[in-house]
Design a protein around this ligand. Structure first.
Ligand code: MG
Length: 387
């Protein structure tokens, strides 16, 4: 078993601090469309850690449920009034689930976790029982109230961040022996038990979100770190007598419609698949199985809006969609602008970001024989990079 598979991550999200504003504890506040806690979880998972458990505070069940969305995680652990108690309860929960060999304890209010920090911590645990990321101090430190007081020598001082890495039994034993009230991190609890804690270089990305300006900075940082992704989609539906023809979310007057389980809007199906493809979220059949009766006759607008919402949940944005409809009839030209407007409305983007084209296949093949309509689409989106 690899070192990452043996690693459990415990995310402490039990705080009730709402100093940063927004009216709810900061770990549940949205950041670029996704809760701060969800950013932290996604970064841990992206670092290769599968076993991620979250400790929440009393009465935070609903905030937690909304924050994690579709993510599949073990049931949250209920923390205590103090951080130390919350971590202790998390360790007890891991123990009653069969225990662990190595553990990372992380604060939910540090949403950006570079993979390189996790790798340094894991490597340090090979030869140490505990390891923490630290950063040097660059500002002058001094006492002050109204007036500036004595300067504090900063030689040898560091800022200690999370996640902090421990051999599981070491951390559990130290927590069991701890009797000094609360602690702001776990390294001090382990040190109090007489165990040496190694340091590895921390990272400026790991800064804790505390004040309103931290959130503004984090939003800006996320916007700057968006990476471009492209997805493609393709779909075909056969003509069927006695059906309405829906294309691009519009009812088009025509002698025949398209066969299908939903409204058979071939253009919106191709666009939905392109959007899902851009974020690696499978295809339309995964999310709306034709075998599920609830999608019988469903308007395909819902599929497109769902895919757009998935992108938004990831803090992403839709830059452009370009689609081509392939058929001999009906003529698309007269409806093209209205279709673009319809799709722009569904995706909530300006009209200029939507392109719809049409072509025939020169009477060749199934579209040439008028047996059905094909559509293909390419979507360009930007999503936050997972480091
Ligand atoms: Mg289809």
């Amino acid at each position: 078993m690899g070192r990452l598979q043996q690693m459990t991550a415990l995310v402490v999200a039990a705080g009730s601090g709402s100093r940063a504003g927004g009216g709810i504890p900061k770990q549940y506040r949205p950041l670029a469309g996704k809760a701060v806690l969800a950013h932290a979880i996604d970064h841990l998972k992206a670092s290769g850690i599968d076993d991620v458990r979250v400790v929440i505070g009393a009465g935070q069940e609903e905030l937690y449920r909304q924050a994690i969305g579709e993510r599949i995680l073990p049931a949250p652990i209920h923390g205590g009034a103090m951080r130390q108690q919350s971590v202790r309860r998390g360790l007890d929960a891991v123990t009653s689930n069969g225990g662990g060999s190595r553990i990372l304890v992380h604060d939910a209010a540090r949403p950006f976790l570079p993979r390189r920090v996790v790798e340094r911590l894991i490597a340090a645990l090979d030869t140490n029982e505990a390891a923490v990321p630290v950063l040097p101090l660059t500002d002058t430190l001094a006492f002050a109230d109204e007036l500036l007081g004595e300067t504090v020598k900063r030689d040898g001082l560091v800022r200690v961040q999370t996640p902090q890495a421990f051999r599981f039994e070491t951390l559990l034993g130290a927590h069991r022996r701890w009797s000094e009230g609360d602690a702001t991190d776990d390294a001090q609890i382990v040190r109090a038990a007489g165990i040496e804690v190694a340091t590895v270089p921390g990272d400026a990305m790991l800064e804790k979100l505390t004040h309103e300006e931290d959130f503004l900075l984090a939003e800006r940082r996320l916007a700057a770190s968006l990476i471009s992704r492209t997805g493609s989609g393709f779909d075909v539906h056969a003509f069927d007598q006695g059906r309405e023809l829906w294309l691009g979310g519009m009812l088009i007057p025509h002698s025949r419609g398209l066969a299908g389980h939903s409204d058979a809007d071939v253009l919106l199906h191709a666009v939905t698949d392109a959007l899902l493809g851009a974020i690696g979220a499978g295809d339309i059949g995964d999310h709306f199985p034709p075998s599920d009766p609830q999608w019988h006759g469903a308007p395909s607008c819902r599929f497109v809006e769902y895919a757009a919402a998935l992108i938004e949940e990831q803090g992403g944005r839709i830059d452009h969609v370009d689609a081509t409809i392939v058929c001999e009839a009906p003529k698309i030209g007269p409806y093209r602008l209205a279709m673009r407007q319809s799709l722009a409305g569904l995706l909530r983007v300006p009209l200029g970001r939507i392109s719809i084209k049409a072509t025939t296949t020169e009477r060749l093949g199934f579209t040439g024989r008028g047996e059905g309509i094909a559509a293909q689409a390419i979507a360009t989106v930007r999503i936050p990079e997972i480091i």
